[in-house]
Design a protein around this ligand. Structure first.
Ligand code: FE2
Length: 346
């Protein structure tokens, strides 16, 4: 062996020894590395509460789910990630397909608290919170009696009236996946084409921007996740308060499958150095105490069936949820993206 490869070998060995010892240092179940796409104050409060109750230090690595998944792939067995939290089931499905997750430990606890359609069929992830993807309409221009389903939004009466964000947005992709699952591919493509035909403007901005555009009269109906309405109703920003005051919430598809639900969810990393702590953390996040924090401070629907909705959500009344299994939303995500593209939904 000549000198150069030998030197390289020594460098590589010492590098991997260092990596191993670094990984071991975190493998004490007194620390937890949380890879998360969520960016809410509720989570910060919950992580602090978990630290206090368990004595386990929480290290947060915050980024978009795709970037976190890529990071986990590159890190491989040396990944310090203990849990992955995303704002949709599709990305958890992807992480599972890439072999990045492992089953949760306390399946019975999860089964007893959470509806079966919100749990991965192999227990590689579970939903933490639910959001309903509702219609928001201009109170002064739309009679709620004229609304009914997502499908009916493509009727000619809504020409130039619809506001929605880009098809690259995961909430829209999940909605589209649910349309594919319920109506079939051909009908879903026609639906997306009809939506584009009825759009008031090219898709732009986030969910809150769609509400503001309805309030400003750019269109009459927007598609929005419920928790954004909750946040706007409790905003410190006067313009958000004024905008949300001009709109009302409508739960579509109440006479058939129910309103589309998307979720935030969590899974234990395949190579978690602190799997015990990771499972403890998941049990904590599904507890009544933690679920109430998600409900009260982030206006999300709790997945723990023993926990009540916040007053903001209660005011909108009970509604029928589409109980499509989330595994299906993940499986149909790619199809949804292709159909959006074919339909010209930007
Ligand atoms: Fe969001």
């Amino acid at each position: 062996m000549n000198k150069l490869p030998l030197l390289l070998l020594i460098v590589l060995i010492s590098f991997s020894c260092k990596e191993n010892s670094e990984k071991k240092e975190t493998a004490n179940n007194k620390e937890l590395n949380v890879y998360t796409h969520r960016h809410y104050d509720s989570d910060k409060a919950l992580f602090e509460l978990f630290e206090k109750q368990s004595g386990i230090k929480v290290n947060v690595i915050n980024s978009k789910a795709d970037e976190l998944i890529q990071k986990m792939v590159l890190e491989g067995e040396q990944s310090p990630a203990d849990v992955l939290i995303t704002v949709d089931a599709g990305r958890l499905h992807m992480a599972k397909a890439k072999g990045l997750l492992q089953p949760v430990a306390n399946k019975e606890t999860i089964d007893s608290l959470v509806a079966p359609n919100l749990i991965d069929k192999d227990y590689h992830w579970v939903a933490l919170t639910k959001r309903a993807r509702v219609l928001v309409y201009a109170k002064d221009r739309v009679d709620p009696e004229s609304l009914s389903t997502y499908e009916d939004l493509i009727l000619p009466k809504w020409n130039d009236k619809l506001l929605f964000r880009s098809s690259s947005n995961i909430y829209n992709q999940s909605l589209m996946a649910s349309i594919v699952a319920n109506d079939g591919e051909d009908a879903a493509k026609k639906w997306a084409q009809g939506m584009v035909k009825n759009q008031a403007r090219k898709p732009k901005g986030n969910d809150r921007d769609q509400v503001k555009a309805v309030a400003a009269g750019e269109g009459d109906i927007a598609i929005v996740n419920t928790y954004y309405i909750g946040k706007m109703l409790n905003s410190n920003d006067q313009s958000e308060l004024e905008a949300v005051d001009k709109v009302a919430v409508y739960f579509p598809n109440q006479n058939d499958r129910g309103t589309h639900i998307n979720v935030s969810g969590i899974g234990v990393a395949k190579h978690s150095p602190n799997a015990e702590a990771a499972n403890q953390f998941i049990d904590f996040l599904l507890s009544e105490e933690a679920q109430s924090v998600f409900a009260l401070s982030n206006y999300e629907y709790p997945v723990n069936t023993n926990v009540e909705n916040s007053d903001v959500l209660k005011a909108w009344g009970d509604f029928k949820e589409d109980d499509l299994h989330l595994n299906l939303l993940g499986e149909l995500n790619k199809k949804a993206v292709i159909l959006f593209d074919e339909a010209g939904w930007k």
